[in-house]
Design a protein around this ligand. Structure first.
Ligand code: GLC
Length: 743
């Protein structure tokens, strides 16, 4: 990654900088821009959220949007939706769209992707993250970051590390054992850094082992810089810095925050004073400048020109790169890629008696019920909010898909109390915990007129459901619940949807239910009654069209769950082992920790399916589950030993009448499962389209690491011994074939 000539140029330019200039470069000069050194031609770095598109622009020092239409952009499927495709190519094209549009909006760094482990289904930001499984995260984050960084713009993988809850997110401390850290919480970031070479990384708000993630020397220097040899640019989360010396000496490069007193930031005047007093060495600032300049060269924000002077001295200055990629925004080709991803992100959870698809030729009348059928989600969720050029809702998607020969009738079905739209952006108070924790949404039940409205909406939906043979109910959550800064209180389906769905099923047993949600919800009230259930996370501007195409059958569903769907929080490992949201600190802890809560990830590596399978806890739908409109027959599994491990192959036949895509998953586990290990863990997957009646051979390579666990005593990865089982399945709970091998 580093080369001599570049490093020499960086050194030469570094030498020209005054301390004041260096200090201005290592903290916000505007909410989304770091300071520059104009005298030497060095601009600030322009940063912008987020994982679902290039968020609208704000005033430089006020949380007020600039209010123009020039910042309308593509609205991509969430990271959960991208992960649900299990399609590495679509991860790459999604990254390419995000990077291209970031460049098109004049940005240097897009603050994405978010890849924290979906440890706790209550976490408000689950929709922004990919999965509960580190292997799936690693395999999807690498192509996504590569796609972003092909456009002279940088990804910024976040939030490093263990940021898996929103409650007290700035002041909750996370304790966890080394094996859990290495096997579950770090692999996604390690792949992003070592394989995808993410040119930037964002620290987390929470503390890890007693120190805030964004000023944590153990995370940012010992692991990131020394062990992983990371030479990229590290930015803090916005308002995540609390101490000048810790931040300066931690491996952090740029402090960002949400208040306009930029010169008072910890790494601004206070750091300058500390350096002048000799309390902190200027060399630690120099190291930050090296990382920042290297970042600027990588995104081709500048080139460094060296000029020999008459006196033989070399002077350096930064110059703009004339042929830097201009990017582009809202190109049709980008919307086409967004559509492709959205189509493969729709998950068919259930389809008894194959009542889906509703073929248009057989659908004269279609009843669409539910607020989420007619709801746009782009402009919510927190920093992932997007001012979308457009967003096709499921209702629009269905109307477009079925056309004029089908009468599409819509009724709201359930009532959603809406928070008043705040004029001042939420982020103004995003680090004021009191504000965040006094949940204005907590209502003491509905008013009398609300109750009347709820009944009217339900009665209207039920009355119509009796007359229509094809009925779709679109429900789920929204960004008042799936939102940054807050966790949900439970997994209950809100707004009386259970009662509505059951009342409709009472009169029309063939009604199909589609859930739009960024995190698991409790469907147990009707899951066994409904014949067909579809699932999609916030699926971008084409999400409604993609859902409609699956319902009509013009697209055969191929999505698979990137996370388990437990029915109730009490079923989760966090409820059983964790002390979520964390306990108060003892007096002794308060002395050494700037936290308000502390919690231990007691479940260890038993996150998600690793726990449910180990403990035999039933979930509504398991990790990796997703049906098609055809059936696939698996056969002929072969395992052959190689020098470095094993080659595995399996034949999969499409026994249906339409082409369809299947994601084959490979898991590894001990034949005799020891107490400290999960039953099996995902170590491979591949997705391919198979023509009707045809077969395809899926091939996988396994190496020593796939059979290893992190050993705390030795501090190394050690291979397991004895008989191991290689499982091939259509999901973590649908094993089609397996072979035992001896290690
Ligand atoms: C927010 C989020 C982070 C985002 C940043 C800038 O608080 O935690 O994901 O990129 O601040 O908006």
């Amino acid at each position: 990654m580093k080369n001599k000539e570049t490093e020499n140029k960086i050194e030469a330019l570094l030498k020209e900088l005054t301390l004041d200039e260096k200090i201005s470069m290592i903290h916000s000069a505007e909410f989304f821009r770091s300071g520059g050194a104009e005298r030497l031609g060095i601009p600030g770095i322009s940063m912008n959220d987020g994982p679902m598109g290039v968020r609208n622009d704000f005033e430089p020092d006020k949380w007020v949007t600039i209010g123009s239409t020039a910042d309308m952009t593509s609205y991509l499927p969430s990271n959960s939706a991208i992960a649900a495709t299990w399609n590495r190519e679509l991860a790459h094209t999604s990254g390419a769209v995000l990077g291209r549009e970031a460049r098109g909006r004049g940005k240097d760094m897009i603050l994405a992707p978010g890849i924290n482990i979906k440890r706790n289904p209550l976490c408000g930001r689950n929709f922004e993250y990919m999965s509960e499984d580190p292997y799936l995260i690693a395999e999807m984050v690498v192509p996504l970051i590569e796609g972003i960084q092909e456009n002279d713009v940088s990804a910024c993988v976040k939030h490093f590390a263990c940021n898996s809850q929103e409650y007290e997110r700035l002041f909750v401390n996370v304790e966890l054992d080394e094996r859990t850290l290495r096997e579950i919480y770090l692999p996604g970031f390690e792949a992003a850094v070592k394989r995808a070479h993410s040119w930037a990384l964002m620290g987390s708000y929470n503390l890890v082992r007693g120190v805030h993630g964004s000023q944590n020397k153990w995370l940012l220097t010992d692991i990131l810089r020394k062990e992983w040899k990371y030479d990229g640019c590290v930015v803090s989360d916005w308002g995540a810095i609390h101490d000048t010396k810790l931040a300066a000496e931690s491996g952090l490069d740029i402090e960002m925050s949400v208040t306009p007193n930029f010169d008072e930031y910890y790494m601004a005047n206070p750091l300058k004073e500390a350096i002048k007093k000799g309390e902190i060495s200027e060399e630690c600032v120099n190291e930050k400048i090296r990382n920042i300049l290297r970042f600027m060269l990588r995104v081709r924000l500048i080139e460094i020109e060296l000029k020999e002077q008459k006196n033989g001295k070399v002077k350096a200055k930064a110059v703009r790169v004339p042929d830097r990629d201009p990017g582009c925004v809202n190109a049709d080709v980008c919307h086409a890629f967004v559509r492709k991803t959205a189509e493969e992100a729709v998950i068919l959870l259930k389809n008894d008696k194959k009542i889906l698809p509703f073929k248009p030729s057989e659908t004269q009348k279609l009843l669409v019920i539910g607020d989420n059928a007619n709801r746009a989600h782009a402009a919510g969720g927190g920093s992932a909010e997007i001012k979308a050029l457009y967003e096709k809702t499921p209702l629009l998607g269905l109307a477009n898909e079925y056309g004029g020969n089908t009468q599409v009738k819509y009724v709201k079905g359930y009532y959603v109390p809406r928070k008043k739209a705040d004029l001042v952006n939420w982020q103004e108070s995003s680090i004021n915990i009191e504000e965040l924790n006094n949940d204005t949404r907590k209502k003491s039940g509905y008013s009398a007129e609300e109750k009347k409205l709820i009944k009217k909406l339900k009665d209207e939906a039920v009355a119509l459901a009796k007359e229509y043979d094809k009925v779709i109910i679109v429900g789920g959550l929204d960004h008042d619940l799936d939102v940054e800064g807050k966790d949900k209180e439970n997994l209950k389906l809100p707004f009386g949807q259970d009662e509505l769905i059951n009342a409709v099923l009472d009169v029309n047993p063939n009604a199909v239910v589609a859930m739009v949600s960024g995190s698991p919800v409790d469907m147990s009230a009707w899951k066994d009654r409904a014949k067909a259930i579809l699932w999609m996370s916030y699926n971008g501007m084409e999400g409604g069209a993609a859902l409609a195409e699956v319902i009509s059958g013009s697209i055969v569903p191929s999505g698979k769950l990137p996370e388990s769907l437990p029915a109730d929080f009490k079923d989760t490992p966090v409820a059983k082992y964790g002390d979520y949201p964390g306990r108060k600190l003892t007096a002794a802890e308060k002395k050494v920790m700037n936290a308000r809560l502390t919690q231990r990830f007691n479940e260890g590596v038993f996150v998600g399916y690793r726990y449910y399978e180990k403990e035999g806890v039933k979930v509504q739908f398991p990790f990796g589950h997703g049906l098609s409109y055809v059936d696939f027959a698996y056969s002929g599994m072969k395992v052959e030993k190689t020098k470095s491990g094993f080659n595995v192959s399996v034949q999969v036949k499409n026994t249906g009448h339409v082409a369809a895509k299947e994601t084959v998953q490979l898991y590894v586990g001990e034949k005799k499962v020891s107490k400290e290990n999960p039953v099996k863990e995902l170590k491979g997957f591949d997705k391919a389209e198979i023509k009707p009646g045809q077969s395809k051979t899926y091939k996988f390579k396994l190496n020593a690491k796939d059979f290893s666990h992190y050993c705390e005593e030795s501090g190394k990865w050690e291979m397991m011994k004895g008989e191991m089982v290689i499982y091939i399945g259509a999901s973590s709970a649908d094993v089609r074939c397996m072979k035992t091998v001896k290690i």
